[in-house]
Design a protein around this ligand. Structure first.
Ligand code: ADP
Length: 500
């Protein structure tokens, strides 16, 4: 067991990874798994081991959920403003640790420091500040039920919230869940993703300097062994999950058995429609950022189906290829690098499998972009050159299934109606964009596109303050906004005073 001292930022990610190896954070303390088991964490850019994570099971989850349950009444009894102030303090503290957190997440995920990892760490500070400021919005209403009665509603925390996160933007996705849960008076147990357990652990360790012990706990481990017991644990009254559709279904099924609420952020196959009157240069830039090429396409909202009007198709493809070619692949920790690696060998094989399958389709053309790094020390790195496919239809496997890699399909269309119909012809409905100078077309598209997050002439990522979430197989519930905090982390109690 290791007790918390005042933490100083350590920007050597290798040293930091070793220092926090093998721990969970429960009740304010770093503790190993009860079994003593650990699993290796590797750097996907070199294949080398950088540390270990605690391999937790149901007994560790029980320890964490019990600590959270013990801490919850006092946390909920604190004034909402006080909790908000603590979150704002947390935000300031994280701002002092952005560099080390950025470096650590770059080391374990392979995401480039300058374009992705450091940015992710800053978003964490932003999310904490945003939700800290919303504390006084946890308001109820008075209801004009009867003149002889005072009828009102009040927002109450749910209790202990289980947070299950993936590896693609682990710190940001965790922050967007824990910040609203905490400010609303819940306590939290996070289960980190097995591929990226270290930066989120360090983040929780930093936050625990400000938060009372037991309010924020984190355990690492594998899905069935550690994630599943978190969902079934009797103290856990709500689960918020980001991950695959298959696992989301399992989580929802268990939550259904327990009759507890669940928020699910699942996959996407987000369409981008480029009309012939669009500003092509801007649309191309939007495709590069929207497809998250700098994150190797590992994003639920990746613009992985780009419908381009016949008249501008060839110009768009040529410009897109040129822009992606200009991105530099390399060591994620190098400031000159735009694109790092994919997360794991499994993911690499999956992505390469899709590329092979796309190449084998009739009429397809695979435009491989950028260049693999020449550096000898990165020879074992999990680098995948971005691929832009043309000539594939919306019925192709590559246009239907979530690849979660740097692969996009540019699909030609000749009428707006055809583009909207194809964009909506998907199991998913997370994000969508339309690029046009015509306001009427833009407005029509925003009404008809089946997605939770629709943008015109831009393609930005989830932002604190804007409700984010999907329709269809992309999930249940919304995140990142005031409504997300109220709807998903509190319940509304009705109170009636009879004055007679
Ligand atoms: P991915 O394909 O991105 O790894 P998963 O949905 O498998 O997506 O994983 C997302 C998170 O869900 C991870 O933290 C993982 O450990 C966890 N998880 C996997 N299986 C289960 C399960 N049966 N119950 C709860 N959590 C799980």
């Amino acid at each position: 067991m290791m007790t918390q001292n005042k933490l100083t930022a350590d920007i050597d990610p290798h040293r930091l990874a070793r220092a926090i190896s093998g721990y969970n954070l429960i009740g304010g303390e770093l503790v190993g798994a009860r079994s003593g088991n650990r699993f290796a964490v590797t750097n996907p850019a070199t294949g080398r081991e950088i540390g270990h994570a605690a391999q937790s099971d149901a007994s560790d989850v029980d320890r964490a959920a019990s600590a959270a349950a013990r801490a919850q009444p006092a946390w909920a009894a604190m004034s909402a403003r006080k909790r908000g102030t603590l979150l704002a303090d947390c935000s300031r503290l994280i701002a002092e640790h952005v560099e080390e957190l950025g470096r650590l997440v770059a080391l374990e995920t392979g995401k480039a420091l300058r374009t992705e990892s450091r940015v992710e760490a800053s978003v964490v500070a932003d999310a904490l500040q945003f939700y800290g400021g919303l504390a006084s919005e946890l308001k109820g209403e008075t209801v004009p039920f009867s003149p002889d009665m005072l009828t009102l509603t009040q927002r109450e925390p749910i209790g202990v919230v289980g947070v299950i996160i993936p590896w693609n933007a682990p710190m940001m996705l965790m922050a967007l869940k824990i910040a609203p849960a905490l400010v609303a008076g819940n306590t939290v147990v996070v289960k980190s993703a097995e591929e990226a357990p270290l930066a989120v652990l360090r983040l929780c360790q930093i936050l625990n300097q400000k938060l009372p012990a037991g309010v924020l706990n984190i355990v690492s481990g594998f899905g069935p062994e550690c994630g599943a017991p978190l969902v079934t644990h009797p103290a856990v009254g709500k689960v918020t999950f980001t991950g695959s559709v298959e696992t989301g279904r399992i989580v929802a099924r268990t939550a259904g058995e327990k009759l507890i609420p669940v928020t699910l952020e699942l996959g996407g196959k987000s369409p981008m429609i480029v009309m012939d009157d669009a500003d092509i240069a801007k649309a191309v830039a939007g495709a590069v950022s929207g497809m998250r090429f700098t994150r190797q396409g590992q994003s639920c909202t990746a613009a992985s189906r780009i419908f381009v009007h016949d008249k501008v198709h060839d110009e768009f493809v040529a410009l897109l290829k040129a822009r992606v070619d200009a991105l530099k692949m390399g060591d994620p920790l190098d400031e000159a690098t735009d694109i790092g690696t994919v997360i794991s060998r499994t993911q690499l094989d999956k992505v390469l499998g899709y590329i092979e399958s796309g190449r084998a389709e009739p009429h397809s053309r695979a435009l491989e972009c950028s260049q693999l790094p020449a550096d000898e020390s990165l020879r074992q790195g999990l680098f995948v050159r971005p691929v832009i496919f043309t000539g594939l239809g919306n019925a192709s496997r590559l246009a239907r299934e979530e690849i979660f890699g740097p692969v996009t399909c540019v699909i030609r269309f000749s009428s707006y109606e055809e583009a909207v119909a194809q964009a909506n012809d998907s199991d998913y409905g997370l994000a969508a964009t339309i690029w046009t100078q015509n306001l009427k077309t833009a407005l029509d598209a925003t009404r008809r596109l089946q997605a939770g997050f629709v943008q015109v002439n831009q393609n930005i990522v989830v932002q604190p303050g804007l409700s984010y979430g999907g329709v269809k197989q992309s999930g249940l519930g919304r995140e990142a906004s005031l409504e997300a905090m109220l709807d998903h982390f509190t319940h509304k109690k009705t109170v009636i005073f009879n004055m007679n």
